[in-house]
Design a protein around this ligand. Structure first.
Ligand code: URA
Length: 209
């Protein structure tokens, strides 16, 4: 299944706290990162392992399993995606980070990439896109296109909250991209905000409102 709505009491509880009016910047940041850690745990469930031999505590080689291949690159979408980065890196501390920045063209309303620093060998890595909100899906689609243009073959997305409209749009165009979601909400309003949602996640993470 490409859309994984993670049903876990800890995630449900932390997302309920994130929804509270008047939440402080500190608390929003902490909770966003905690949910990001829990989503990362779920998203890494199917990473490939390889058998290896390591020196065990008894002084003899023992058979063990470790992650295989070039592993992950985490792709925070500026700016709100940075608010999940620490939480993801807590579980995959060696992952390389590929940052993407997009703005919305006033005329076409399409997202345009103004910044990208994607790791060179992204064709050999799994990309873990992070953004708190999957609203219309426009930003995610642009990021997926960018990664695919650079040869990335395996893409996973982590979102705290998603709209049904955004999920449907992204899965119709990229059914192989796996999405891990903390909560699927009711709908989008006419300004593109998710309801009931979290409000403006970027403002809450950066304390700009
Ligand atoms: N971005 C946000 O920060 N919040 C939404 O509800 C939608 C997009």
């Amino acid at each position: 299944m490409a859309v994984n709505a993670i049903e876990h009491p800890l995630i449900a509880h932390k997302i309920a706290l994130l929804r509270q009016a008047g939440i402080s910047t500190k608390q929003f940041r902490e909770l966003a990162n905690e949910v990001a850690t829990l989503l990362t745990y779920e998203a890494c469930r199917n990473l490939p392992l390889q058998v290896c031999f390591i020196d065990g505590w008894q002084g003899e080689p023992i058979k063990a399993q470790m992650l295989s291949g070039k592993k992950l690159t985490v792709v925070p979408i500026l700016r709100a995606g940075l608010g999940m980065l620490d939480g993801v890196l807590r579980l995959v501390p060696n992952a390389k980070v590929s940052v993407v920045g997009l703005y919305r063209d006033e005329e076409t309303l399409n997202p345009v990439a103004y910044f990208d620093k994607i790791i060179n060998n992204v064709d050999q890595r799994t990309a873990l896109i992070i953004d708190p909100m999957l609203a219309t899906g426009g930003t995610l689609l642009a990021t997926i296109d960018l990664l695919k243009q650079k040869g990335c073959k395996k893409i996973i997305g982590l979102f705290l909250v998603a709209s049904p409209e955004g999920l449907q749009r992204v899965s119709a165009l990229h059914p192989e991209v796996e999405l891990f979601i903390g909560a699927i909400d009711d709908c989008l309003n006419d300004q593109g905000y998710i309801l009931p949602g979290l409000g403006d996640a970027g403002d809450k993470i950066f304390g700009t409102k």
